[in-house]
Design a protein around this ligand. Sequence first.
Ligand code: GAF
Length: 383
Amino acid sequence: MSDVTARAAAGFSSAFGAEPAGLWAAPGRVNLIGEHTDYNDGFVLPFALPHRTVVAAAPLPSPRWRVWSEQSDETIEFDAAQADQPGKIDGWAGYVAGVVWALRSAGHDVPGASLAVASDVPAGAGLSSSAALESAVLTALADLGGLAVPVAERPELAQRAENDYVGMPCGIMDQSASIRAEAGHALFLDCRTLEIEQIPFDVASSGLAVLVVDTRAPHRHAGGEYASRRRACEEAAALLGVPALRDVEDLDAALAALPDEVMRRRVRHVVTEDQRVLDTVELLRAGRVREIGPLLTASHASMRDDFEITVPEVDLAVSTALAAGAYGARMTGGGFGGCVLALVDADALDAVAAAVAAGYAERAFTAPVWFAARPGAGAERVG
Ligand code: GAF
């Protein structure tokens, strides 16, 4: 049993004085490439991390929910009336209530339950700790209640919990990665059709590694900026007369038709980023892993210059990793802080990470933390 699984089980026993009926886990993710393309009906290529959120759960005889979390060491309780009112439960338990709400709204008879949550997905690092929590809770409740919820439909339910109960207008990428990813693969997702393809992503066999650096840069205005980027994309699509930016076929003509420079930059990012995802997938299908490096770096430049969602800590991690020999590097996730990933030779991992840490020390930035990321499994029962 992993540490985090053991902590969820022990937390359940001490919070509720009984044994759980089972344990369910769902991972955080890094996004290899395809940023801010999901809500534009485009393409993304995330993979699941080995870091997971685990929920220990047992049914209750009536429709109410008691949730303990190791992070805050508190138990929050809510009933069906509270779950049925979006926003009524706030803070971390809002994600749990949101999943109950989404399932109930879709007509499922959600079982009441006691739930204990433990996690080793870093919170606030842009590694989708929220999606991991939603996905673990959804998987647990679906299994506990024997609910007929096809796996392919689960990411949308988890996304609805976040969009409509919690009030964060995220796309479908993070919940899809947490629920549908497979170990050893990156998940190529068409965010319009929700079709997926598991793309083998075994960097180790090519002598490579994916270094993930948590810049620990504080998220500055992340929620408001995310929503404003999304609005700008939707406005641009409306002005261009297309359902979503994914449908822009002639980028130059689209840019010429737009009224202001900022909007042109936003559109250029999304349209070129979609193409970079498709090009990355082609290279990976052909086993040409090293060659995706320049696409990663181009994605970063586009986020920095056109979508304007990077911060100095993130830019420094990318430029330092590249100078230290990385094949490519980019910020991963929604932006305004969070993590950077770099594709490096496996035997250069420590040296590249040390170079980034030295660069941070020189600029008196908070020391970063780092790890090597290997694609892990999606949500599943673990006990
Ligand atoms: C966040 C969101 F939750 C995702 O839906 C996605 O838009 C991402 O930012 C940017 O690619 O993680």
